[in-house]
Design a protein around this ligand. Structure first.
Ligand SMILES: [Zn+2]
Ligand SMILES: [Zn+2]
Length: 269
């Protein structure tokens, strides 16, 4: 089983939710040998998707499972507002992503705001970031925490080992029965590394925290991107199963490797 659970069919709002647009993502997923595609558009782009279009797609493409999730931009203090638009809609899963920090809601993952890193103590910044992710984990709103170490996006690295800056985050993730995500989008950012880093993923595996895999595709061409590397990393760490979701209930499946994956070639970096 291969599933891409992090697909933005609307990008950052450049496209609309038409059958043709969604279909291009589904067709690409089938080409990539993916068994399940999960759409998870940003909540600030679309909070009320038209679920009937996905039903039409399921009828036309029975060879692939098509799920509908959403990626919420988690901001401390907004749990009630977030709950109001996710609780009564039939999302299969909700990703709780942290993209803003602090009172002024600094968008630390946007190149336009990279200035915000200057003069900051990077260890303290990581502490603040992981505290915000912890708030997402504790909220009870989400099933999956995507790109767990997104704060590394521009290559600003802490002096201390990253695990020592995470506090009890992984224990909380375990206790709340959340899944985390192997997100290949980081390979195409300045950091050029999958989220999360291997030391975090190894710790998650040891604790029995389940994983999903996501491309963070913002265009149909990016669906399933670098899943060979994602599968190789998962295998290297020890994972043999991935989590899938139906109506926010977790179901485990055996993880397939992609053909020609670096693991099969025996050249894991
Ligand atoms: Zn995100
Ligand atoms: Zn995303």
């Amino acid at each position: 089983m291969l599933a891409d659970y992090h697909v933005h069919s609307l990008g950052h709002g450049e496209r609309t939710q038409t059958f043709e647009n969604l279909e291009s993502f589904v067709v690409q997923a089938i080409k990539e040998g993916i068994n399940e595609i999960g759409f998870a558009d940003h909540d600030w782009v679309e909070r009320n998707p038209d679920f009937s279009i996905f039903e039409e797609l399921r009828e036309k493409y029975p060879q692939i499972d098509i799920l509908v999730g959403i990626e919420v931009d988690h901001i401390i203090g907004r749990n009630e507002e977030i709950s109001s638009y996710i609780k009564d809609q039939p999302f299969d899963y909700v990703l709780g992503g942290v993209h803003h920090l602090g009172e002024n809601k600094w968008m630390f993952d946007m190149l336009d705001y990279i200035e915000g890193y200057r003069g900051r103590n990077i260890d303290e910044l990581y502490l603040e970031y992981f505290k915000t992710v912890e708030d997402a984990a504790l909220s009870g709103l989400y099933q999956i925490l995507p790109h767990l170490d997104l704060i590394k996006i521009f290559g600003f690295r802490p002096k201390k080992p990253v695990l020592s800056l995470m506090g009890n985050l992984l224990e909380i993730i375990k206790e709340k029965s959340l899944a985390i995500e192997i997100n290949t989008g980081g390979l195409f950012k300045p950091v050029e590394e999958i989220y999360p880093g291997i030391e975090i993923l190894q710790a998650c595996f040891k604790m029995g925290i389940p994983i999903t895999i996501g491309s963070d595709a913002h265009s149909y061409k990016e669906v399933g991107r670098s899943f060979d590397a994602a599968c190789a990393l998962a295998y290297k760490v020890g994972y043999r199963q991935i989590a899938t979701f139906r109506q926010r209930e977790l179901i485990m499946h055996d993880l397939d490797q992609k053909k020609n994956s670096p693991l099969i070639k025996g050249n894991i970096a």
